[in-house]
Design a protein around this ligand. Structure first.
Ligand code: FES
Length: 154
C-alpha cells in the first residue's frame, strides 16, 4: 500500500494500511510493507501490528485465537500453540519448575520473540511504522530468504 502523509505526500517510514473503518471490519489484515509481511489486527478497540509469521517455525498468525495469559493479551499461533503477547511480542509459556519446594505451574517469559510495529491513526486512516530495533528478533528469520524457503517446506 502507498504511504500517505500530509497533503497526500508520502511520509517517511509511515505506511498507510487502510481506513480505520475497513480495518475494524476486517479485524485482521495482511500487509507487505518494505518487503516485510505484517499482520494488522484490531482487538478490544486497539490496533496491533506484528510480524505475520510466527517466530517458532514461521506459521501464519492470522487465524490465531486471542486470549489473556498472565495478564497479557496474546495471540496463540495455530500451528503449535505458542503464545505471543500482542503489545510486546513476548513469548510466554506455562511450566513447572521441578526444583521448586512445591512444584506448581506458573508463567515464564522467553523475552521478545516476535517483532511488533507501531500503529497510529489520523483522521480515520491507519498507519504502521515498522520497528527498526536493531537487534535480531527471532521472527526476523522468517522474513528473510532462508526463512521463506523453510516456511514453504512446512
Ligand atoms: Fe507458531 Fe510453531 S509455528 S507455534
Amino acid at each position: 500500500m502507498e504511504d500517505r502523509g500530509e497533503g497526500g505526500e508520502p511520509a517517511a517510514g509511515l505506511h498507510f494500511v487502510g481506513t480505520k473503518e475497513d480495518l475494524i471490519k476486517a479485524k485482521r489484515s495482511f500487509r507487505t510493507l518494505e518487503g516485510r509481511d505484517i499482520l494488522v489486527l484490531y482487538h478490544q478497540e486497539i490496533f496491533y501490528a506484528l510480524d505475520f509469521h510466527c517466530y517458532h517455525a514461521g506459521g501464519p498468525l492470522q487465524n490465531g485465537d486471542i486470549e489473556e495469559f498472565d495478564g497479557k493479551l496474546c495471540i496463540v499461533c495455530p500451528k503449535h500453540k505458542y503464545k505471543i503477547s500482542l503489545a510486546e511480542g513476548e513469548g510466554i509459556y506455562r511450566a513447572t519448575n521441578p526444583y521448586a519446594p512445591v512444584p506448581t505451574k506458573r508463567w515464564y517469559s522467553k523475552g521478545i520473540k516476535q517483532r511488533v510495529h507501531t500503529v497510529t491513526e489520523t483522521d480515520g486512516d491507519v498507519y504502521v511504522t515498522l520497528s527498526h530495533m536493531s537487534r535480531f528478533i527471532e521472527s526476523d528469520y522468517f522474513q528473510g530468504e532462508k526463512g521463506k524457503v523453510e516456511r514453504e517446506r512446512m
